[in-house]
Design a protein around this ligand. Sequence first.
Ligand SMILES: NC(=O)c1ccc[n+]([C@@H]2O[C@H](COP(=O)([O-])OP(=O)(O)OC[C@H]3O[C@@H](n4cnc5c(N)ncnc54)[C@H](O)[C@@H]3O)[C@@H](O)[C@H]2O)c1
Length: 663
Amino acid sequence: MEDAKVAVVGAGDMGHGIAELFAVSGYEVTLMDKFPQALEKARGRVSASLARLVERGRLTKEQADAAFGRMRFSGDMKSSVAEASLVVEAVPESKDLKKAVFRELDALAPSEAVLASNTSNIRISDLAAATSHPGRVVGMHFFNPPMVMKLVEVIPGERTDPAVTKRAMEISGKIGRTPVRVLRDTPGFIVNRINAADTLFFCLLLDKGVASPPEIDTYARGQGLPMGPYELIDFVGVDIGADSLAYFASALSPEYGKGVTFGRMAKEGRLGKKTGKGFYDWSSGRADIPTVEPTDKVSIMDIFALEINESVKLVEEGVATPEDIERGVVLGMNRPFGPITVAKDLSNAEVKSKLEELAAKFDCSIFAPTRAIAEGRMRDAVEGRLAPKPEPKAANVQPEGPRETGGDPVRLERLPGGVAKVIINRPRLNTLNAQVLDRLDAMVGELSGDPSVRAVVVTGEGPVFCAGADLSQFFSNSVAFMDFARKGAKTMKKIAEMPKLTIAVLKGYALGGGLELALSCDVRVATEDVEIGFPELSRGLVPAWSGSQRLAKLLGVSHAAFMILTSERIRGKRAYEIGLVNRVVESGDPDEFAVKYAAGLASSQAPVAVMLAKSLLNKGAEAAMDDGLEMEAMAAGILFATEDLKEGISAFLGKRKPEFKGK
Ligand SMILES: NC(=O)c1ccc[n+]([C@@H]2O[C@H](COP(=O)([O-])OP(=O)(O)OC[C@H]3O[C@@H](n4cnc5c(N)ncnc54)[C@H](O)[C@@H]3O)[C@@H](O)[C@H]2O)c1
């Protein structure tokens, strides 16, 4: 059999079950664990499980013995993986630990072996970055218990070889599982991303004292659920819930860090079943749930709305199709139907107003209606009619280690009519790093001295302008961090003072450093749905490439304080209303619009006058009024001697278009 030799690393709850599943499916399996006691326990669990399968008539005694005979238990990594064509990593959910294991696997497993991770939440790209061949790393997320649960989420990282993803899908099918392909590597993938919003909600309910665990669990059981949410969290481990919220807070949004009760219980060692006490007493082996009246403060509609919201986010972000989200939730959470089915039975208005109520009540933006729902397009999203938009939070969650830049990070196109187009062209939503700043700096110098260029369009490759600075660049130490801030501010200043008309095209996302780049241009055109904002404070930063200064000067302190201090994002129309952008592109390609607009300005505005007016705006605005007025007068004096002034006036009088020469 192809891929006949499998190694499973980590013989705990998941690892022993995954290994058993492969063995029952005919594979030779080595189950490896660093701890001998864990291996012994796993051996006992596998043989007990096989015996149960025989008892229930699912396997004959011979089949069970043969499966057990195909298993080897080992404490040695090198020999365990030496001949494996597939390695499944199932060590505890710690990014550092998993990266160390992947580094080891990279060195010890055959070069053609597929390296899969069973991580619940961690981005595959982050684990792959620890290896020298990220192309062979893929996510294979099994569900607990693997022998029973039919779902495997298959997650390619950013650099996973498509052939490796295909193999992971095929292998999942061969072991009788239903693989669901996750299209974009994002924390928690499909099922656990949806779960995370529920977990946060159940934590916040306790933080705010809305109702007690027994009251909520009694209500949930009354709704037909086999277990209430707190009984389930106790069963799985309160620490697992707390850790996953902490991971989502660091990797997706700090809002996931808002809940406190679960973290506090984890610190106190009240982990649920495994420590005998969590929300309930488990000393009898089962949760001792006091008899209480069900709460009327929580409704099943809360959960429906939250899960629909997360599902629509996944569609918007291009993480998965509605069909796969439905399949994932049904198979991964053992539900009779999933959020997509529920959404088809509810109106957009109902879901939206429930989400608005929850977001306000818990002061939590995770619960706020996502864009499609806010815009009344829930049905389009769940029926597959919504084109996905790239994920903005990715800028916050950069893959680590060396990355390919995919060619020149800033491209220059010279277009007819005196227009140049500067295009940021970087993987991961055109984020800016030191290399981009250097290229921009050099390009601005080149264009500034080029009389054939009169207007410059600054844009991003693809549907996004720029999602901000590449944060993975500057967390090493404070001196490097400060230098990077200065470098960025210097480049922005150079762009602002460039003696040419500059037009930024805000589309997709214009966030953080991307917004600072846009603020350094003279004119901003924006699409209606662009998301504009300064997420810095929500990441423990401040805008440090001149954004705090420029925005306050441009809009006044009130709007600037709002945008910077709340990190709330605004869209194109709102940005237009407050004067942050100058034109909204309602339809068509925003780049084409900007280029046409630039060409119009390049021919209608006299170049020397542009240069002097920019200097007056940049420098004169800083000076005392009298000095500024004097600068104006001198500029007028300089212009008086230009040919363009004569041309401008005679064209005006002759009712014709001027032909400026820049002299
Ligand atoms: N438990 C679940 O419900 C569940 C479901 C899906 C995915 N997962 C994921 O599967 C992974 C494993 O979870 P689990 O619940 O089986 O954990 P676990 O703690 O039960 O098992 C982990 C095992 O890894 C072993 N181990 C630790 N360091 C090791 C190393 N360096 N080399 C080899 N073995 C090592 C431990 O001895 C332990 O036996 C995690 O990433 C988890 O998020 C868990």
